[in-house]
Design a protein around this ligand. Sequence first.
Ligand SMILES: [Zn+2]
Length: 204
Amino acid sequence: MVADKYIALTFDDGPDSTTGKLLAILEELRVCATFFLCGERVRSFSNEAKAIADAGHEIGNHSYNHVYMNELDEEAIYSNFERAEAVIIEVAGKKPPFIRVPYVSYSEAVVKVAMTMNMPVIGCDVIGYDWEEAVDETKIVENVLASAKDGGIILLHEPYEKTRAALPVIVNTLRLRGYAIMSVGELVNQKQTTLQAGVCYNAL
Ligand SMILES: [Zn+2]
């Protein structure tokens, strides 16, 4: 089937002890995704972070320690993202091309920092709600499929068994509906979009 719609797949909050399981599923599905990693976790799970990069996935900056950015001043926000960037470069060997703000806690200061760091801010608009306890595997599939759209950015999280279980159903169903599933960077290329520093993108 030829794809005529494009959607990005993103995983937040890793790496994790379960990263290898997720990578195996993505390999089987032949999907390249974007992983928004936290610097502190990249330190703790450096083999997993390296495995994400080695498998050809894209890595974004999801802060050092997943704090509410709207509670921090500009300097603290800057050093938090910078610290994460340094660890990601050290471990994964690549500078993350964009940031994602924990808890969607945007503020004017966050935007200023993103400008200073020359970083676009990647949001999401196809949300699995997999972090909610009441949301099971079936519901994750429903949530994603109900809001999937051309140019959309799917948000899932790394550590959950139910998310891994939902993934093949999500990917296979979207493909049947004419979607190609890719990383954020690939979606940007596909849509011939030029991302701008300090701008928050929920979809492309
Ligand atoms: Zn997060």
